[in-house]
Design a protein around this ligand. Structure first.
Ligand code: NAD
Length: 255
């Protein structure tokens, strides 16, 4: 499904990362990948993971708070491949201590950094990726959570960031539509990852989904990877500005 396509995937921290599940699915589907890592601390782990893929990916550092690193990422993609077919934005951040108490305790400092990393970075990366997608029907995919639409205890500023992210998906879809590129998001159910562990009461979220979702079970990261293939491939060529729930049907239930 992704043969001869080149993609950048941001957000692999370890084997539990949703971006890693997407990377494995994209690799199986034939894509050539550029994987980014946030900092040197994560390089060893991502290098080990990269060895498990069928095609050796290019590894590039990219902290999205650093404009220079974002520029450098796309310069490397341009030099190595000359073009880009898809980009996966699988990253978010808030201070852990602000995902514990009430939302009104959010500090301005954390609001700004959480918004910059979790929401603004999608626009900043899209601006740089789009020129490399010229003439190739590019696909940009982000990851959201139902806490952007409804109140989830302790999700706090991350919920507001996800609301901004989902709105950004629609504005970016309108920007890139005339160029033939698509921008979408998957709103995934809870999965135990490094980022998720920072939300107080996360294991209760898993229990609630297992009990109340339509499918009466939790989600596996590989299932997000499979859904991502739809968005990254030409199968979704007429779908843009969309946020698709991949959550075992939890969002559909009233009680
Ligand atoms: P994760 O901890 O594996 O991934 C988060 C990634 O964000 C890490 O790779 C980290 O390095 C990266 N990151 C943080 N700050 C960064 C920065 N300044 N620059 C570059 N990268 C930075 O956790 P995950 O659950 O796989 O999260 C991936 C995405 O999925 C996030 O957007 C998250 O909100 C979303 N999501 C997660 C769940 C869940 O339950 N795990 C559910 C729905 C949506």
């Amino acid at each position: 499904m992704l043969k001869d396509k080149t993609g950048v995937i941001l957000g692999v921290a370890n084997k539990r990362s949703i971006s890693w599940h997407i990377a494995k699915a994209a690799d199986r589907a034939g894509a050539r990948l550029v994987l980014t890592y946030q900092n040197e601390r994560l390089l060893r782990g991502i290098t080990e993971l990269a060895g498990q893929l069928e095609r050796e990916p290019i590894l590039v550092p990219c902290d999205v708070t650093d404009e220079g690193q974002m520029d450098a990422l796309f310069e490397i993609v341009s030099a190595e491949s000359g073009h880009l077919d898809f980009l996966v934005h699988g990253l978010a951040f808030s201070k852990r201590e602000e995902l514990v108490g009430p939302f009104y305790d959010t500090t301005l400092e954390n609001w700004q950094i959480a918004m910059q990393i979790s929401s603004y970075s999608l626009s900043a990366l899209t601006r740089r990726a789009a020129p490399l997608m010229e003439g190739r029907s590019g696909s940009i995919l982000s990851l959201s959570y139902i806490g952007g639409e409804r109140v989830i205890p302790h999700y706090n500023v991350m919920g507001v960031c996800k609301a901004a992210l989902e709105s950004s998906v629609r504005y970016l879809a309108a920007d890139l539509g005339p160029h033939g590129h698509r921008v979408n998001a998957i709103s995934a159910g809870p999965i135990k990852t490094l980022a998720a562990a920072g939300v107080k009461g996360f294991s209760q979220m898993l229990d609630v989904v297992a009990e109340r979702s339509a499918l009466k079970r939790n989600l596996d990261g590989g299932e997000v990877g499979d859904a991502a293939l739809f968005f990254l491939s030409d199968l979704s060529r007429a779908v843009t500005g969309e946020v698709l729930f991949v959550d075992c049907g939890y969002h559909a239930m009233g009680l």
